[in-house]
Design a protein. Structure first.
Length: 463
């Protein structure tokens, strides 16, 4: 008998077919007529399949009538049109085998509704809920779209290292990687002897694959890197993780304009794929997590993104009459509250901010002719704020060296990066999209801890 995923078994084509399904019980309801309705879910799609288990089954009294949420089963039978509203078909069981019991006294998901905070304590079980199952499938879809999009745009996937000696963002928010015995070190009182450490130097978990991606962009043209990224920033917010995933395209001969166009095509493609291929999951987010999400995404796909310079944005903010917790002045970094005002109140959609002051951006961004700003671009969206940060890169050797000196970065540590400007330098640009931030935007989930399977935040790495 054919094993069907529930995504297939629920389709019209399955009606009339004999089949076997394998999954977990969501609910059991016993009918007065001496049979039971079981909702079985296998995670292949949002919906469950209703199984009708007749009282004649030999284990009806001994097992079927004891089934509860979380039990795993294999059911054989025939798919029939369903008389019940809201579902096209149901499985009439001729055989049901229990694989694993889940004691209703102790199974945490017995109760239907738990807060997202509570579910974070059960990161091993929460994917079995509607919300987290849907997030997992949408996240998978977004990853597939990322690879599809870049391949179609002739970008090559390169794998940049996770362990690195350089601080790409220059913010000093890096986790150390060491094999030195910290306890012995603490007792020794002396200075750390890095020549005794594994890599013979201080090493860290990467905050970005960009610098390494630039080496491949200036060799094979258009590349992207996509992997885990680590930041030891001590910010306990709904938008920050200590471990998150970032996709970073980098393209030779691209300027800031090309970079912005690429980012806009990229985001629209991801949204469009989600609406088309994750329709059932998106319907759920639209109904239960953020009303109107589908319409909102459709609107974003249909309209060109609004562009604004940092200076224009500062004017908008200072002239808004709004009181912000952090005051705004030219030269200060924009806070989440400012980003949200711009996207939510002022623009009412995504906005690309460009030309930030050089003093608040990393050394690698290209200095503009005004010598006060750099060719930076951030993409901001309602509800989340910044989802993309990028720039045209400084390709002029002397200018780069000056900026590194100004930010106290030793050229010695970045000699290979500087070399790219010594040998056949070209204009180039790229950006980084935070995977969890875009999943937050697509699903409407307000806390970033709920859109990554196992969140790492300050003081928390249980699983
Ligand atoms: O703006 P960021 O710091 O840019 C870079 O790292 C560049 N090197 C990217 C590049 O040009 N190749 O980070 C890029 C994006 C942010 O816009 C945000 O979406 C996400 O990464 N991000 C985080 N996501 C979750 N938790 C954090 N702590 C994040 N920090 C950045
Ligand atoms: Mg940024």
């Amino acid at each position: 008998m054919k094993w069907m995923l529930i995504s297939e078994a629920r389709g019209d084509a399955a009606v009339g077919q004999p089949c076997e399904i394998r999954g977990w019980i969501r609910t059991r309801r016993d009918s007065k007529g001496g049979f039971s309705f079981l909702e079985v879910n296998d995670g292949s799609c949002f919906g469950s399949l209703q199984v009708v288990a007749p009282g004649e089954l030999e284990n009806y009294d001994s097992e079927i009538k004891k089934l509860s949420a979380g039990c795993s089963v294999v059911v054989r039978g025939t798919i029939k049109p369903s008389p019940a509203e809201g579902q096209a078909s149901e499985l009439h069981a001729s055989e049901l085998r229990v694989l694993g019991w889940a004691d209703p006294e102790t199974y945490p998901l017995q109760k239907k509704r738990h807060s997202f905070e509570k579910l974070r304590e059960w990161a091993h079980l929460r994917p079995r809920t509607n919300t987290f199952g849907a997030i997992a499938r949408v996240r998978d879809q977004v990853c597939a779209s990322i690879h599809d999009f870049f391949r179609e745009e002739s970008f090559r996937y390169v794998q940049t290292p996770i362990i690195t000696a350089s601080d790409c963002e220059g913010a000093g928010e890096m986790f150390r990687v060491t094999t030195l015995d910290l306890d012995r070190l603490a007792g020794s009182g002396g200075p750390v002897r890095y020549e005794l450490d594994f890599f013979d130097r201080p090493a860290y978990l990467t905050v970005s694959g960009q610098l390494e991606a630039e080496t491949y962009a200036t060799a094979i043209g258009r590349v992207y890197t996509f992997g885990p990224t680590f930041r030891a920033e001590n910010s306990n917010t709904s938008r920050h993780l200590a471990e998150f995933w970032m996709v970073e395209p980098e393209a030779a001969f691209f300027d800031l304009h090309d970079n912005m166009q690429l980012a806009e095509r990229f985001l629209k493609r991801i949204f469009d794929d989600c609406l088309k291929t994750s329709a059932e999951d998106m319907e759920f987010f639209d109904q239960r997590i953020e009303k109107g999400k589908i319409e909102q995404l459709r609107g974003v796909i249909d309209k060109p993104f609004v562009h604004m310079t940092y200076s224009e944005a500062v004017e908008v903010l200072t002239g808004s009459g709004e009181t912000f917790e952090f005051p705004v002045a030219w030269g200060s970094d924009l806070q989440a509250e400012h980003e949200r005002f711009l996207t939510e109140q002022h623009v009412g959609g995504p906005v690309i901010l460009t030309d930030y002051p050089s003093s608040i951006k990393p050394f690698y961004m290209r200095l503009s002719d005004d010598e006060r700003t750099v060719a930076a671009m951030d993409v901001l969206v309602p509800g989340v704020g910044e989802i993309i940060g990028g720039s045209q890169r400084e390709e002029r050797l002397e200018v780069l060296q000056k900026r590194m000196a100004a930010q106290n970065l030793s050229e010695e540590n970045y000699w290979w990066y500087v070399d790219l400007r010594r040998f056949g330098t070209v204009p180039h640009a790229g950006f980084g999209l935070g995977l969890e931030r875009i999943i937050q935007y697509i699903t409407g989930m307000t806390n970033i801890r709920d859109v990554i399977p196992f969140p790492r935040t300050p003081g928390s790495a249980e699983f």
